[in-house]
Design a protein around this ligand. Structure first.
Ligand code: ATP
Ligand code: MG
Length: 144
């Protein structure tokens, strides 16, 4: 899933190529193409919402619990103000409308829908000027 996402993003990157650190990528239970979309949305935001001229650095990892994995996609970007951390998941909500950040405001709404459909949870943590972490949970595959 991640390989396909990265390949797609590589083709459309109009900024300095990001550095992506991948710690752990476990198998999860879900619909492959929609999960590709989820990773693409979050990684493309991490690449896009950077101070001008800065090279994006992204860390992807996962923490295991009993029945699910909690993924995190962390960036070194411009960050999101605390008061908007929940609003960004609403369709057409965009924060960084000034400057060079183009978009339609649907990526995170779709991402949330995808995680909801997989019975998971998605949320964001951020420090302005330091970066943002998106976390989401996905179920582990059933053991045979
Ligand atoms: P698109 O539909 O092309 O994805 P978009 O990127 O504007 O457009 P979302 O992905 O839904 O829309 O993101 C909503 C808003 O949340 C963005 O406009 C941006 O202001 C903010 N945002 C999302 N991801 C990040 C991030 N990693 N760092 C900082 N701000 C972010
Ligand atoms: Mg987006």
């Amino acid at each position: 899933v991640l390989e396909t996402s990265l390949l797609f993003l590589k083709k459309k990157i109009d900024r300095t190529e990001p550095t992506i650190h991948i710690d752990l990528l476990p198998k999860v239970c879900g619909h492959k193409n929609t999960l590709i979309q989820l990773f693409q949305n979050l990684i493309s935001n991490a690449i896009k919402y950077q101070p001008i001229g800065q090279k994006a650095e992204i860390w992807i990892s996962a923490i295991e619990s009993e029945d699910k994995w909690e993924f995190s996609i962390k960036d070194n970007g411009i960050g999101i103000e605390h008061q908007y951390l929940e609003k960004i998941f609403i369709i057409f909500q965009r924060l960084h409308v000034k400057g060079t950040y183009s978009g339609t405001g649907i990526g995170l709404a779709i991402s949330k829908k995808i995680v909801d459909l997989h019975h998971g949870r998605i949320w964001a943590e951020s420090t302005l000027g330091v970066g943002t972490i998106f976390r989401f949970t996905l179920k582990k595959p059933a053991v045979e």
